[in-house]
Design a binder for this molecule. Structure first.
Ligand SMILES: [Zn+2]
Length: 152
């Protein structure tokens, strides 16, 4: 299965995400990219709704084609043990591929056991942005920090 939103991702990142999605499918999940490239206006709306960090004024990694949010098409963001298991497996694959996973975020100074930024999935030890996978911030070359346009 190929996801239509894969093409919105920078090639180097796309290859890793395709591999991660294949791995999830191999375990019987139905992964789907809910959000890949994000415009400035979409990012501002996410911040307004409290779904993105207020500090992240620009679209950042999402705008550069270096982040995406992956859910299971049957479970989405539901607060359930099954969805938490999906996110945990996504996290294992993402971290294993050297990427950054939002489910490992427990707030400033927070830990898995004592999160400072609570998430509905905390009881399954999954942090507040569990669908989010991105290229490690500190490893993004300056020339990649630009709006990424899909090739047509
Ligand atoms: Zn995201």
């Amino acid at each position: 299965m190929t996801d239509a939103k894969l093409v919105e991702l920078r090639l180097e990142f796309r290859a890793l995400i395709a591999g991660i999605m294949g791995g999830l499918e191999g375990s019987g999940w139905q992964p789907k990219i809910s959000n890949a490239r994000r415009t400035r206006a979409q990012q501002a709306e996410k911040v307004r709704l409290g779904y993105a960090m207020p500090g992240a004024r620009g679209p950042g990694s999402h705008g550069w084609g270096l982040a995406c949010d992956i859910i299971d098409r049957r479970h989405g963001w539901e607060v359930s043990e099954t969805a938490a298991r999906f996110f945990a497996e996504l996290g294992d694959l993402a971290l294993g591929a050297g990427l950054t996973w939002g489910g490992a975020w427990f707030g400033v100074g927070g830990t898995r056991e004592h999160p400072t930024h609570t998430s509905p999935w905390n009881k399954w030890q999954v942090g507040w942005d569990p669908a989010h996978v991105q290229w490690p911030q500190q490893e993004i070359p300056p020339e990649w920090r630009t709006d990424y346009r899909r090739e047509v």
